[in-house]
Write a protein that binds this ligand. Structure first.
Ligand SMILES: [Zn+2]
Ligand SMILES: [Zn+2]
Length: 357
């Protein structure tokens, strides 16, 4: 079929909306008519060349829509099912999948394997995170389309597909925040605000939000932070206020300095969780004597989530009013205004601009 997608032809380039060819879903695949797709910071990174993407590419990895065609052998989904796209293939057969770590599935790709379903004038298009959801339709394995039920609006639901799961899961799954614990979240964009909500839902006693931008600190308080601090002096304040550091600190920026801040913010025996995506060449320098007091630092991918289990839980929390997705959607724009949306995301004031179709 023909569909419309936003193509980025070269590093740093603007996106252009073009008609592309999308082959029918093959064995085990479904076609999804995309209804909404958030513009995530990783998309900006990909445009700038900070991720492994082959140009020309279709970005967009935070999508939701409706299944409109099934390939042979798909029994878990039906035409008309509303779904959130997940960027882990969750193949079910590799070693990580077998042990339950589907977020570490060996088939997970930033850059799709060659032989993908989308071409433009005969040239194959790469699809970021093997999704490429800045497009009216995508063809993906059925395991990457998670049912979302009839009620949640698509612009809110799509955020679960990346930013919300990543942040919320970093607090609940990776950091395993327990009730009454103290938590610091460094960086309060869409992921950080979701980490704050994860800590709140887990029952954290104190949640310190650290961000240099005042609008984000306000949003952090609204999301459930008990204290919002400027980046300048924030960590020192946290250590003092907790009498030696928080139980868990979650870094959602992607810079080595803020990762170090997360490590400095934790108490002896505390855990620092790194969510932010660093540049390939970055290094982190930690005085190893700090490990004498059993401080730990750990990465977190996709909120250590199993999307098939965790997306429905997040939808339930949304429906119960415990998870605020509405205020994460700063603005919606049609696909044709993708470049304007990207420019707004770059300014840093907006939590999420969501493209609607
Ligand atoms: Zn993302
Ligand atoms: Zn796997």
């Amino acid at each position: 079929m023909k569909t419309k997608a936003a193509i980025v032809e070269k590093q740093g380039g603007d996106l252009r909306i073009e008609e592309v060819d999308l082959r029918d879903p093959g064995s085990g695949e479904v076609r999804v008519r995309v209804e909404a797709c958030g513009i995530c910071r990783s998309d900006l990174h990909a445009i700038d060349g900070g991720e492994s993407v082959r140009f020309p590419a279709v970005l967009g990895h935070e999508g939701a829509g409706v299944v409109d065609a099934l390939g042979p052998g798909v029994e878990t989904l039906a035409k008309g099912d509303r779904v959130i796209l997940s960027w882990t293939p969750a193949c079910g057969t590799c070693a990580p999948c077998a042990r339950g770590d589907v977020h570490l599935c060996v088939k997970l790709r930033m850059s799709a394997d060659p032989g993908g379903p989308m071409t433009w004038d005969g040239t194959e298009l790469d699809r970021f995170m093997a999704l490429g959801a800045f497009s009216e339709h995508v063809v993906v394995p059925a395991s990457m389309a998670i049912p979302m039920g009839p009620t949640i609006p698509a612009p809110q639901a799509c955020l679960i597909g990346c930013g919300v799961m990543t942040g919320f899961g970093a607090a609940t799954n990776t950091a395993e925040v327990r009730w009454g614990e103290t938590v610091a979240v460094i960086g309060c964009g869409g992921v950080g605000l979701s980490a704050i909500q994860g800590a709140r839902v887990a029952g954290a006693g104190k949640i310190f939000a650290i961000d240099p931008i005042e609008a984000r600190r306000k949003a952090a308080l609204q999301a459930g932070a008990t204290d919002a601090l400027d980046a300048d002096g924030g960590v020192a304040h946290v250590v003092e206020a907790t009498g030696g550091g928080v139980d868990a600190a979650i870094e959602c920026v992607g810079r080595s300095e803020t990762m170090l801040d997360a490590f400095r913010a934790i108490r002896p025996g505390g855990r620092a969780i790194v969510v932010g995506l660093a540049m390939m060449a970055d290094t982190l320098s930690i005085a190893p004597i700090m490990f004498l007091t059993e401080r730990s630092i750990k990465g977190s991918t996709y909120g250590s989530a199993n999307p098939a289990l965790d997306f429905p839980k997040l939808i339930t929390l949304y429906e119960q009013g415990q998870l605020d997705l509405d205020s994460l959607v700063s603005k919606t724009r049609p696909l044709a205004e993708v470049n304007e949306g990207i420019a707004e995301m770059r300014e840093g004031q907006m939590t999420r601009v969501v493209l609607t179709f």
